[in-house]
Write a protein that binds this ligand. Structure first.
Ligand code: PGA
Length: 248
């Protein structure tokens, strides 16, 4: 944790759920309490409205998992940042490694999307992280530093943007880096944010993501510069998500 920074526990529901199951999940999360952390859930686009309804009046924020870089236009199948804001979203995850892999998203595209998010008053959660080959080659920190330089727009810090460090090889695998490796990467990310944004970079939230579970959350969230978690699989069970939040 970073002193004075309130942790954010974010659930990335990915391409999961039915109308009935996401309503139940959202209600389950909203029924819990997390005195020590802010909560955020990010359902698929089509589930934003019903989840927004389930979260009405509750202290759980709503986010999307992507947006287009343009506010509107002839982009069949895409969703714009103004549309997300209109449905009640206040955050948007951008540059998740699954989008970088499945849709070939580049740092420049992620940056453009983050600018679009900022223009609609959405807080971007920009994801960065190395592949296993890059870590084994000793390149992890340089890869992540390069992704930050390329993906973060200039207005990121002023808007309280969030960075999520997610090693690609730890996502959905049950494997996590050592605590030393997580701490080292988060310290590097903090240094990069301060270099780029000055004092404002010292309090931006840096989340860890990749196989966060109730069993490992406390140790990970206690590390310096780990200001929350981006949770995939375990966020699909309300009790597990709340247990992770309780560890913050
Ligand atoms: P995981 O996913 O918790 O299932 O590893 C994290 C993520 O992709 O955000």
């Amino acid at each position: 944790m970073t002193p004075g920074v309130r942790p954010l526990i974010a659930g990335n529901w990915k391409m999961h759920g039915t109308l009935a199951s996401v309503r139940e999940l959202a209600e389950g999360v909203a029924a819990g309490t997390a005195p020590g952390a802010d909560l955020l859930v990010c359902p698929a686009f089509v589930h934003l409205s019903p989840v927004a309804a389930a979260l009405q009046g509750k202290a759980v924020a709503l986010g999307a998992q992507d947006c287009h870089a343009n506010p509107k236009g002839a982009h069949t199948g895409d969703v714009s940042a103004p549309m997300l804001a209109d449905l009640g979203a206040s955050f948007v995850i951008l540059g998740h490694s699954e989008r970088r892999a499945d849709h070939g998203e580049t740092d420049a595209e992620v940056r453009a999307k983050a600018e679009a998010g900022l223009a609609s008053k959405l807080t971007p959660v920009v994801c960065v992280g190395e592949s296993e080959a890059q870590r084994l080659a000793g390149e992890a920190e340089e890869v992540v530093a390069g992704q930050l330089t390329g993906s973060l727009p200039d207005g990121f810090a002023a808007a309280g943007g969030v960075v999520a460090y997610e090693p690609v090889w730890a996502i959905g695998t049950g494997r996590t880096p050592t605590e030393e490796d997580i701490a080292a990467m988060h310290a590097r990310i903090r240094a990069e944010l301060e270099k780029r944004f000055g004092q404002a970079g010292s309090t931006l939230r840096i989340l860890y993501g990749g196989s966060v579970k109730p069993g490992n959350a406390k140790a990970i969230l206690a590390l310096p510069h780990v200001d929350g978690a981006l949770v995939g699989g375990a966020s699909l069970v309300a009790a597990d998500f709340l247990a992770i939040a309780a560890a913050a």
